[in-house]
Design a protein around this ligand. Structure first.
Ligand SMILES: Cc1cc2nc3c(=O)[nH]c(=O)nc-3n(C[C@H](O)[C@H](O)[C@H](O)COP(=O)(O)OP(=O)(O)OC[C@H]3O[C@@H](n4cnc5c(N)ncnc54)[C@H](O)[C@@H]3O)c2cc1C
Length: 419
C-alpha cells in the first residue's frame, strides 16, 4: 500500500488536524470499519443496527473480488449469523467430505457422521457483496477504493483513522475503529497489538480453478499427508466438472512459498481425474493456523476475523468466525457509542463474547494441528483406516481417539491430552 505524503507514518500517531489531504472528505462517524470482507461487512451491519453512524471502507475497487478462498463452509454458520441460505450466494450444498489418506484409503464423512459440519460451497464474491449490501441496508455508508493508512490517537486512545482515496488523504474521526482488514492486518500493528505470527503458525495457500475434471461433486475432497506437509489439499466442487483445487502447506515445512505450487502440481499430476483438467485461474494467499491474539482490543479499537487470528487452525476456515466476531464487534461498538465509553475496559465485552463462543474450540484445534504437523504418512493411514473400518456413527475428536485407543494404542501418545 502506498503511504500518504504525510508527516506521520503508519504505526505512529496521526494527530487530529494535521492532515495534509483535502478537508472535503473528512468525516466524523461513530464507528469506522476497515475492510469489507465477511468480517467487516457483518461488523458494519450490526453496529448500524445498534443505532451507530457507521462508515465501512474497503481498499479494493470491487468488494468480493478477486476470490481467494476455497469457498467451503459448514452449515451451522448460517443460522448463527442470521443468514438465509436462499440468498443467492450458495453455489451448492454438499453431502459431506471425502478424506483421502496417503495410501488412498477414503473416509466419507457425510451428514450422519459429521452432522452440521457438512455444508455449502459458496459463491464467495456474491457472498461478500451480499453482506456489504446488508450493511448498507442497515444504514452503513461504504467507501470502496479507500484504504486506512494510519490511526489517529488522542491521549493514547484511538479516535479514528486516516484514509486514502484515489491518491487523496482524509481523516475520519470515530469513537470506535474496527480492524477487519484480514490476514495482513495493519490496524492491529498500528494499535500496537501483538499480531506477530511464528512461521509454524502460517499456512501458504495456492488454489486453482480447474475445469474439465472428474469426481463426485456431492462430496468435497480433502487430501492428507506428505502431499501437503503440515496442511492439506482440497477439491471443493463448483459444478460437476469444475472445482477449486487448492493446497495449504505449513510454512515451517517448506523453504519458500513457491513450493506450495510444486506440491499442488504433483498431486494433480498423479490424480487422473484432476490431471485431465485445465487451470483457468490461480490465486495465492496465506492463512494463520495459530491461537487467537492474546489481546484484540485497545482503547477505541477492536480487531475481528482474520485480523484477530480467528481462523480455525485445523481447517484454515475463517469465514464463520469472521462473521461471528464481526457481529460481536459491531454490537459492542454500538453499545460503546450509546454509553459514550470506548475505553479498553468497555470494549473488552467484545473479547469476552468471542472467547466464550469460540476460544475453546480454537485452542483444541490448535493442539490437534500441532500434533498433525509431526505425524507421518503411516500414522495418518492408520488413523483413517481405523475410523473408516470401525463404522462409528458420529465422528468426533472423542470417538476417533477412543477408536485409536482400541486399535492402535502405539500411536495414542501422539494425541495425548486431547481427550
Ligand atoms: C486460498 C485460501 C482458501 C481459503 N478457503 C477457505 C474456505 O474454504 N472456507 C473458509 O471458511 N475460509 C477459507 N479461507 C479463509 C477465509 O478466506 C478468511 O478467513 C476470510 O476471508 C476472513 O474474512 P475477513 O473479513 O476477516 O478478511 P478478508 O476476507 O481478508 O477481508 C479483509 C478486507 O480488508 C481489506 N483491507 C485490508 N487492508 C485494508 C486497509 N488498510 N484499508 C481498507 N481495506 C483494507 C481487504 O481488501 C479485504 O477486502 C481461505 C483462505 C485462503 C487464502
Amino acid at each position: 500500500m502506498s503511504l500518504p505524503s504525510s508527516p506521520a507514518m503508519p504505526g505512529q500517531s496521526l494527530i487530529n488536524g494535521t492532515h495534509d489531504g483535502p478537508v472535503g472528505m473528512d468525516r466524523d462517524v461513530d464507528v469506522l470499519v476497515v475492510g469489507a470482507g465477511p468480517t467487516g461487512s457483518t461488523a458494519a451491519k450490526y453496529a448500524a443496527l445498534g443505532g451507530a453512524d457507521v462508515l465501512l471502507i474497503e481498499k479494493r475497487s470491487e468488494i468480493g473480488t478477486p476470490v481467494r478462498c476455497g469457498e467451503g463452509v459448514a452449515k451451522r454458520w448460517l443460522e448463527e449469523i442470521g443468514l438465509d441460505p436462499s440468498n443467492g450466494f450458495i453455489c451448492h450444498e454438499v453431502d459431506g467430505a471425502r478424506v483421502i489418506a496417503p495410501d488412498g484409503t477414503t473416509l466419507v464423512l457425510d451428514e450422519t457422521r459429521a452432522g452440521n459440519e457438512c455444508g455449502y460451497v459458496l459463491e464467495r464474491d456474491l457472498f461478500d457483496r451480499h453482506l456489504a449490501k446488508d450493511a448498507a441496508k442497515a444504514g452503513a455508508d461504504i467507501l470502496i477504493k479507500t484504504s486506512a493508512v494510519g490511526l489517529r490517537r488522542e491521549d493514547g486512545a484511538v479516535v479514528g483513522a486516516r484514509g486514502e482515496h484515489m491518491g487523496e488523504t482524509f481523516d475520519v474521526r470515530a469513537r470506535v475503529v474496527i480492524g477487519a482488514d484480514g490476514f495482513e492486518s495493519q490496524v492491529g500493528r498500528w494499535a500496537e497489538l501483538q499480531t506477530h505470527l511464528r512461521t509454524r503458525d502460517i499456512d501458504a495457500c495456492l488454489q486453482y480453478t480447474m475445469v474439465g475434471i472428474g469426481g463426485d461433486a456431492r462430496l468435497n475432497d480433502v487430501y492428507l499427508g506428505s502431499c501437503a506437509p503440515g496442511g492439506y489439499a482440497w477439491v471443493f466442487w463448483k459444478a460437476p466438472d469444475v472445482a477449486n483445487v487448492g493446497i495449504g502447506v505449513n510454512l515451517s515445512k517448506i523453504h519458500d512459498r513457491a513450493e506450495a505450487k510444486r506440491y499442488l502440481d504433483a498431486l494433480i499430476a498423479r490424480t487422473p481425474a484432476l490431471a485431465k483438467g485445465e487451470i483457468v485461474e490461480e490465486v495465492a494467499g496465506a492463512v494463520s493456523v495459530s491461537l487467537p491474539l492474546e489481546r484484540t482490543v485497545a482503547g477505541g479499537v477492536m480487531l475481528a476475523g482474520d485480523a484477530a487470528r480467528l481462523i480455525d487452525p485445523l481447517t484454515g476456515g475463517g469465514i464463520l468466525n469472521g462473521c461471528l466476531s464481526g457481529k460481536f464487534a459491531g454490537e459492542v461498538a454500538a453499545l460503546a457509542v450509546e454509553t459514550k465509553d470506548a475505553s479498553e475496559s468497555a470494549l473488552r465485552a467484545y473479547e469476552t463474547r468471542w472467547r466464550a463462543r469460540m476460544e475453546e474450540e480454537l485452542a483444541r484445534h490448535y493442539l490437534i494441528k500441532e500434533r498433525l504437523i509431526r505425524v507421518d504418512d503411516d500414522t495418518i493411514n492408520k488413523v483413517i483406516r481405523t475410523i473408516a473400518s470401525v463404522g462409528m456413527e458420529r465422528v468426533t475428536t472423542q470417538s476417533v481417539l477412543e477408536a485409536i485407543r482400541t486399535r492402535h494404542p502405539e500411536i495414542l501418545a501422539l494425541f495425548d491430552g486431547l481427550l
